[in-house]
Design a protein around this ligand. Structure first.
Ligand SMILES: Cc1cc2nc3c(=O)[nH]c(=O)nc-3n(C[C@H](O)[C@H](O)[C@H](O)COP(=O)(O)OP(=O)(O)OC[C@H]3O[C@@H](n4cnc5c(N)ncnc54)[C@H](O)[C@@H]3O)c2cc1C
Length: 502
């Protein structure tokens, strides 16, 4: 008998999000987290549109939205043409200013409320898997012990122990850039960051040194995120603590002054090292979040992508634990999320190149600045950056298959509700629209996994078919006519939701 169904290693954003999804699917879940207390410093500062939508699918978005500043536009490599979010086809066409600390707090509380056990001060140190499960060696305050589970997911960050113990390669690019970061205040006046893009109001660019610094105001009055970039340099020791003196010297080197740097809350080093796990699954062991991919935080993709990995994986593991999801469903986690990771890493690498102030790259920066003024190009990079345009390669002809279900308002005999409201419990949803409603009893034989919703779209919408089968993570896996294409619908239900009830 297994001790739990799934062990999640790491209680960061990816791990706690996964724990919420697993509990929603009724999976016995244990999270082990090495640190006894939360990290406390906000690495990530914001949530993207698709992440907000995913929180909304679970009815968990309101606490995030409450009082949080919204960014109506973004930047691409700090170029002067901003990314326009308002044209994005979403009910949340903005970036949300919420720190990683706040996101982790919210998810940890939610995971516990849903019944996940979270053990702080417990670290994965050994790992073995066989045909029926995984045996994890955990080191806790009272020594080492073993936990047996059906599956184990490494959400344990860029230096993932899980990844190493599972023998999964992590190829990628070595650093070509050294960045010092401080969250701090200034007693002096900061220089206006001319030509540094819409979201970097303060700073200095030194093309001849291939270096620059920027200071971006944070939510707390007076607090700034300060970053000093040197291209063509690397740190001898990336993990060495940054001293206050080193940060001051860096500012003086680039700007001739430290501008009265004071009240330093956090100092760290960053590089543009960019790596991706060769496999997101090995047998019963999976990787999500930074354990699966690391990249420079240009455009803030890391935490957002990890949260979305967990949304993709949670219900699939739930299906496997309950016996209606097989190997093909579990494999689809890698085949769907690995290409997304690849594309996001490519997009970040491109921004790292464009952020280089080297005068030889001026033509490239100017060309991209012009390109971003073209609505179609702007829309492409905005949609890519906030993950609204993800398209999984799923079988089927309808153009919505593999894409996120738009959150359209639906009129039923009882109410007018947005579609997202039907996903709170983490089931799949079969949406029957207009004349399809009542024309088919498809779905009845999957009623423990798939909720059938019938109604009429409140507004005409060219994208909509008569019926949609939508997975618990909000992606369309079948669309068409439930009567004329009844066999196809049945096949899709079996593919994504297993054998029908007898
Ligand atoms: C300066 C900076 C700015 C960033 N800005 C953004 C941004 O704006 N937007 C964005 O989306 N992303 C941003 N990121 C990236 C983001 O912080 C990461 O992508 C995110 O933290 C990854 O979440 P995770 O849960 O995968 O891993 P982590 O947050 O690294 O969490 C992993 C957890 O696993 C635990 N752990 C490790 N090993 C073990 C073990 N053996 N046993 C048990 N527990 C273990 C760790 O203690 C940790 O709590 C930024 C990163 C940095 C450094």
């Amino acid at each position: 008998m297994d001790d739990v169904d799934v062990v999640v290693v790491g209680g960061g954003p990816a791990g706690t999000m996964l724990a919420c999804e697993l509990r929603l699917a009724g999976v016995r879940t244990l999270v082990v987290e090495r640190m006894t207390e939360p990290f406390g410093h906000a690495k990530a500062l914001g949530l993207h549109a698709r992440t907000i939508e995913e929180f909304e699918l679970r009815g968990a978005h309101e606490d995030l939205l409450d009082g949080a500043p919204k960014l109506r536009g973004g930047h691409f490599a700090s170029l002067p043409s901003p990314l326009v979010y308002e044209v994005l086809d979403s009910r949340h066409p903005y970036g949300l200013y919420r720190t990683q600390v706040e996101v982790e707090e919210l998810l940890t509380a939610r995971a516990r409320r849903l019944g996940a056990e979270i053990r702080r001060g417990h670290e994965l140190v050994r790992l073995e898997q066989d045909d029926t499960g995984v045996t994890a060696g955990i080191r806790g305050p009272d020594g080492e012990y073993q936990i047996r589970s059906r599956y184990l997911v490494g959400c344990d960050g860029g230096r993932s122990t899980t990844r190493k113990l599972a023998g999964i390669e992590f190829p990628g690019q070595e650093p070509s850039l050294a960045v010092l970061l401080a969250d701090a205040k200034f007693s002096g006046e900061l220089p206006v960051g001319e030509g540094m893009g819409p979201l970097r109001p303060y700073g200095v660019v030194r093309p001849e040194k291939r270096a620059w610094f920027s200071a971006v105001p944070l939510f707390e009055p007076g607090l700034h995120r300060v970053m000093v970039f040197w291209y063509g340099r690397t740190f001898p020791d990336r993990r060495a603590p940054v001293t206050e003196q080193e940060m001051r010297a860096a500012l003086v080197d680039i700007a001739g002054s430290d501008f009265g740097l004071c009240d330093i809350e956090w100092l760290t080093r960053l590089t543009d090292s960019s790596r991706q796990a060769e496999q997101y699954r090995r047998g019963r062991v999976f990787l999500a979040g930074d354990a699966a991919h690391v990249t420079f935080p240009a455009g803030g993709p890391g935490m957002n992508m990890g949260l979305q990995d967990s949304m993709n994986l949670g219900w699939k593991l739930g299906a496997a634990v309950h016996g209606w999801g097989g190997d093909a469903l579990l494999d689809s986690y890698h085949s769907e999320r690995h290409p997304v990771g690849e594309l996001v890493l490519r997009n970040t690498r491109l921004q790292v190149v464009l952020l280089d102030p080297d005068p030889n790259l001026r033509a490239l920066r100017d060309t991209f600045t012009d390109l971003l003024r073209m609505p179609q190009v702007n829309r492409y990079f905005a949609g890519l950056g906030v993950a609204l345009d993800i398209e999984y390669d799923l079988p089927g002809a309808h153009p919505m298959i593999g894409r996120r279900m738009p959150d359209v308002p639906l009129v039923t005999p009882e109410s007018r509700r947005y579609l997202s409201e039907y996903f709170h419990c983490g089931h799949g949803v079969l949406v029957m629209l207009g004349r399809a409603a009542g024309a088919s009893d498809a779905g009845t034989a999957w009623k423990d996994r798939v909720d059938v919703v019938t109604g009429t779209a409140a507004e005409p919408d060219d994208r909509l078919a008569n019926a949609f089968l939508v997975r618990p993570d909000g992606y369309v896996c079948w669309a068409g006519d439930p009567v004329a294409e009844a066999a196809e619908l049945r096949a899709a239900l079996e593919t994504w939701f297993g054998a029908p009830l007898r």
